[in-house]
Ligand binder design. Structure first.
Ligand code: GLN
Length: 192
């Protein structure tokens, strides 16, 4: 059974831990470099990417996170977590940095402001899922090695991608009670 950490600098950590357990993984919060060393894979939750970046620097986690991702650790980023896994971002604040790893440009707050948050059904990796978007980003452009796993209206925007061991979604599957996205990630971790 893989051990999967949930980055617990900020965001809805408990919900992800619960969904990972339901999907058959051992899961716990990761706040410090030593805790990161102890996991096979990592979920980066939604929240606010500028805050997450600053906290990652404060807790001396940014470099260790970049190192693990570079070494091939599987990671799944949801919403702000998707932003954290993007090599490049649009509409970030001055100097905003990411962990990186996925060859894509992600636009922050792309679907509009907090009041424009919405829910929608969409195809994810061959199945229909109910997706919750909260001030969500979309993928503006991507490299040839990045696979599109999901799109959503309006605009047929790319909202789920995978590049090797890295998975990212604009939406929050931890809020729906449907563990399929987490199961997809746990299966990825098992296969890698
Ligand atoms: N808008 C947030 C950001 O830029 C992401 C929102 C979310 O994670 N629900 O980080």
């Amino acid at each position: 059974m893989p051990t999967i950490g949930v980055l617990a600098l900020q965001g809805d950590v408990r919900e992800h831990v619960r969904m990972l357990q339901e999907a058959g993984a051992t899961a716990h919060a990761v706040r410090r470099p030593a805790e990161l060393d102890a996991v096979d894979a990592l979920v980066i939750p939604g929240g606010e990417s500028t805050t997450m970046w600053k906290l990652a620097e404060t807790f001396d986690m940014l470099q260790p996170l970049r190192m693990r991702v570079k070494e091939g650790m599987p990671a799944y980023g949801s919403c702000a977590g998707m932003i954290m896994l993007a090599d490049r971002i649009e509409d970030g604040i001055a100097g905003q940095q990411t962990i990186g790893g996925i060859d894509m440009v992600v636009r922050r707050n792309a679907f509009g402001r907090q009041v424009d948050s919405f829910e929608s059904d969409l195809d994810f990796a061959g199945g229909r899922v109910h997706a919750v978007f909260i001030r969500a980003p979309w993928v503006e452009s991507l490299g040839a090695d990045v696979e599109v796993l999901g799109r959503c209206e309006p605009g047929d925007r790319i909202v789920a991608v995978r590049q090797g061991p890295l998975l990212a979604t604009s939406f929050h599957p931890e809020l729906t009670g449907d563990a399929r996205v987490h199961r997809y990630f746990v299966d990825m971790v098992r296969e890698l």
